[in-house]
Ligand binder design. Structure first.
Ligand code: AMP
Length: 186
């Protein structure tokens, strides 16, 4: 090994800048007026995907958390990978009608209409330490409904973590006392 032989890194950007570069904005998807944050470029880059997971896991250590709960559908991608890294189990919260066993369900309002999410009623035991993960916090309706389900099962929600937060929508106000953390804010 020769001292001073290391190459300058390809980029001097901070990790957060690098992660941001893996998220592309798609105007007017899926409908006019929505700025859709497309995370597929980040997922397709192994280094960025791992960086995103490490940031989302934060200071949690393996075996600190019993279960990572991920929200349909992009929450599954981060949730399942984070669960494996934390030596924790993974629980999906799905759209209504997808889970095969007995479910508990929670509806919430969307801009137009409403949506219902569901979880298996035996998915979490009272007092289990849960980390709730999703790709993005917008109005907070989805995450608030997920927290309702977890509360019904008497989970101990340690933290709710999002890769992206649309701060101007103030979604975290709907999440009550649960500690909320996001990695990238717009
Ligand atoms: P909300 O219930 O408004 O907080 O919306 C959060 C859910 O909708 C998350 O599961 C996101 O994946 C998705 N979502 C909402 N807004 C966007 C957006 N602008 N770009 C990408 N995904 C979004």
């Amino acid at each position: 090994m020769t001292e001073g032989s290391s190459q300058p890194s390809a980029t001097s950007d901070s990790p957060l800048d690098e992660l941001k570069q893996g998220i592309r904005n798609i105007p007017d998807f899926p409908k006019p007026g929505i700025q859709f944050k497309d995370i597929t470029p980040l997922l397709a880059d192994g280094r960025l995907f791992r960086m995103a997971l490490e940031q989302m896991i934060g200071s949690h250590q393996p075996d600190d958390i019993d279960l990572v709960v991920g929200i349909d559908a992009r929450g599954f991608i981060f949730g399942a990978a984070a669960a494996a890294m934390l030596n924790a189990g993974f629980v999906p919260i799905r759209k209504q009608g997808k889970l095969p066993f007995e479910t508990i369900e929670q509806s919430y309002d969307l801009e137009y209409g409403s949506n219902t999410i569901a979880m298996h009623r035996d998915a979490v035991l009272p007092g289990q330490r849960v980390l709730l993960l999703d790709d993005l916090l917008a109005t907070g309706g989805t995450a608030a409904a997920a927290l309702e389900l977890l509360q019904q099962l008497q989970a101990q929600v340690v933290e709710a973590v999002f890769l992206v937060e649309l701060e101007f929508l103030s979604g975290r106000k709907l999440l009550g006392d649960v500690p909320v953390r996001s990695i990238i804010a717009y």
